[in-house]
Design a protein around this ligand. Structure first.
Ligand code: SF4
Ligand code: MG
Length: 322
């Protein structure tokens, strides 16, 4: 039984203008316990909506989330409470996610006081201190406030907070994107170490394929709310099968921000803009940017098919012999 499974999940938002935004369409995948699954795609592709749907922060229009083989039922209060404890999250902006009026010690204690009050105050204080230590914050720092810390340190505090209730799953939504490149690697390493030590299941969302590479066993590629490809990490990087995955790999960012802006601008010109999710292309949603698109692509949505063991691709021109 997988730790987590998403089954035919679709999310549509109604905007204030009355327009419908289809954020996710028929997304299905499962994650075995202890796996790190990287989820990649450009911003606006539905990654955060997927995270929020898994965290039960948005209600799907269709489809379900299964946890340890059971379909989540929002009306079942006891199992939802257990789920909320088992599935924690880390968001992109670490400072935003931390209450500015609480000390970091209190920030890490808060979920335990809410969800595990039976442990008692002294044990909770000790556990918070241990966790802050484990993420690299010395004990002298525990009485300070979030604004006194760097972005990388704040993200470490967020990680300690997420770990406090002994979760089984952590959903990380762009956890290092707001950090300096020099700090990103440290935080990724920390997450990888904690994942091993605590046998966590990680969903690691990023727009940057470089970031998920060393951390993930498998990678899922999203485009305009649909899955384009799922593959073992090594195979995805060695031999990307979906044209969008190839585009993403070609777009791996440079570290110099100026060069990076120029190069990204070029890729956008060369490969076309990301279409608006308010008005997605017909057929294969990628056809407006795909170098291999043919007439069929404009007319028919390609199914996500298993083209080789464990390898799923949504493209009309991917056959099982490849
Ligand atoms: Fe490109 Fe067509 Fe494949 Fe879509 S279905 S990725 S447009 S070749
Ligand atoms: Mg996002």
């Amino acid at each position: 039984v997988p730790q987590l499974a998403v089954c035919n999940l679709s999310v549509r938002f109604r905007l204030k203008t009355g327009q419908a935004l289809q954020a996710l369409t028929d997304v299905s995948f499962s994650v075995p316990a202890g796996e790190t699954l990287g989820i990649v795609g450009e911003s606006g592709c539905g990654k955060s909506t997927l995270a929020r749907a898994i965290l039960q922060l948005v209600t799907p229009t269709q489809g379900t989330v299964e946890w340890q083989g059971n379909t989540l039922n929002p009306h079942d209060k006891a199992s939802m409470k257990a789920y909320r404890r088992a599935v924690q999250c880390i968001f992109q902006d670490p400072l935003d996610a931390l209450n500015p009026r609480m000390t970091v010690g209190d920030i890490v204690q808060e979920p335990l006081l809410a969800l595990r009050p039976e442990l008692g105050k002294a044990a909770i204080r000790q556990r918070a201190a241990d966790l802050l230590q484990a993420v690299g914050l010395e004990s002298g720092m525990h009485n300070r406030y979030p604004h006194e810390f760097s972005g990388g340190q704040c993200q470490r505090i967020g990680i300690a907070r997420a770990l406090s209730v002994e979760p089984q799953v952590i959903v990380c939504d762009e956890p290092v994107s707001a950090l300096d490149v020099s700090i990103q690697g440290q935080v990724v390493k920390l997450l990888a170490a904690l994942q091993r030590d605590h046998h966590l299941t990680l969903l690691f969302i990023s727009h940057d394929l470089r970031v998920v590479r060393n951390l993930s066993q498998r990678v899922l590629v999203l485009y305009l709310g649909r899955i384009m490809e799922i593959a073992d990490t090594a195979r995805l990087y060695a031999e990307p099968l979906h044209p969008y995955t190839r585009l993403l790999l070609a777009a791996i960012p440079l570290t110099d921000p100026q060069q990076e802006r120029e190069r990204l601008a070029q890729i956008r010109v060369g490969a076309g803009e990301l279409p608006s999710p308010l008005n997605p292309p017909s057929g294969c949603v990628f056809h407006t940017r795909c170098p291999q698109a043919e007439a069929k692509c404009r007319a028919q949505v390609p199914a996500l098919r298993e083209v080789a063991q464990g390898r799923w691709v949504a493209c009309h021109f991917q056959d099982s012999d490849q």
